[in-house]
Write a protein that binds this ligand. Structure first.
Ligand code: AMP
Ligand code: MN
Ligand code: MN
Length: 318
């Protein structure tokens, strides 16, 4: 299947991705945009996404993203085709009503927890990333250096630079084809993945310092509350990577990192080293994700939240 066959004749196309967009989300949304702009020069293409982190400013045309889109949603705009990338409809956030109204809805994702929310669903959980999946849906002749670089960003972010177990021979094959376009990939990896601001490093240090282990050291948890975020003038984007730092502690099977979004409300991130299926646990609390990386939102005190999660983790460890 190729995307071009599904959008032929479309005059208006919308593209959306999940709230708190990560590298794969921004990469797949923008990779698709750059491709459609070339393939359908006469179509109107609108991209709706929460404002991406500054590290993604290297992506061509990133400024076309509409992040302040409440006003567009109130209009009676109906798109010929609307894409939901790297998520299901619920995680589209404020753009969901626009998506639901579209004549044709195309859902492209690799989350095992996604049952498909489109009139056409392309969901392949064995793919490392939505960007890897998208690459195969584009006509090779249309891919250029800008599109290649954008898709590559998504793949390195979702695979932790080809390090997580979702990396397959196929992932590396796609990456090989992408780097043949000649963009400066070592720099891209450093600047979008490894580099941290002083604040990000400080807040990670604090979260690591305050982490606690439980279930015989097989589990580790840490939390950043709103007071700490305010103190460091950090926002949620500054907390990326903390959960992975917790996961690499020797003996740990499951790492949990959470930050407070409102009084007694937390955004929870979980990572597993293989024994625990964190997607299954996240789904019990209305979230989702992958076997080794998943998330959800939870209410209650910090300790209630840990207790509620640990019951399921312990059950799986046995
Ligand atoms: P995170 O911990 O936010 O980095 O997310 C890990 C993985 O789980 C990513 O693939 C997310 O897309 C997915 N995920 C995180 N939170 C949710 C949620 N509330 N619902 C569904 N999937 C989620
Ligand atoms: Mn994502
Ligand atoms: Mn993804």
């Amino acid at each position: 299947m190729k995307i071009i066959e599904e959008v032929r004749g479309a005059k208006t196309i919308g593209i959306g991705g999940h709230i708190r967009p990560d590298g794969d989300c921004v990469g797949s949304v923008m990779g698709l945009y750059l491709y459609l702009k070339k393939a359908l020069p006469d179509a109107q293409i609108d991209v709706y996404l929460e404002k991406p982190a500054d590290i993604f400013r290297c992506i061509p045309d990133i400024d076309i993203i509409k992040s302040d889109f409440e006003k567009d949603i109130r209009t009676d705009k109906t798109y010929d085709v609307f894409f939901a990338m790297d998520c299901n409809a619920e995680r589209l956030g404020a753009v969901e009503p626009l998506y639901e109204k579209a004549d044709k809805r195309i859902n492209i994702d690799h989350h095992i927890s996604n049952t498909g929310c489109g009139s056409l669903n392309i969901i392949e959980p064995e793919k490392s990333s939505t960007c890897e999946l998208l690459y195969e849906l584009l006509e090779k002749e249309q891919i250029d250096e800008e599109i290649a670089k954008t898709l590559y960003i998504g793949i390195i972010h979702d695979t932790g630079v080809f390090k997580y177990s979702n990396t397959s021979p196929q992932t590396l094959q796609v990456a090989a084809e992408l780097i043949s376009f000649g963009f400066d990939f070592p720099r891209l990896i450093d600047e979008t993945f490894y580099e941290k601001t002083y604040i990000q490093n400080q807040i990670m240090g604090r979260a690591v310092l305050e982490s606690i282990r439980f279930l015989d050291g097989k589990c580790i948890v840490s939390m950043v509350d709103r007071k700490a975020m305010k103190f460091y003038q950090a926002d949620p984007k500054d907390l990326d990577g903390i959960v992975n730092q917790l996961r690499i502690v020797k003996g740990v099977e499951c790492a949990i990192f959470m930050y407070e979004t409102a009084p007694m409300e937390y955004k929870v991130s979980m990572r597993s080293n293989g024994k625990v299926d964190v997607a299954e646990i996240a789904m019990k609390f209305g979230g989702g994700g992958h076997v080794r990386a998943a998330g959800c939102n939870m209410k209650g005190t910090y300790y209630d939240t840990i207790n509620n999660l640990s019951v399921h983790i312990e059950e799986q460890l046995q």
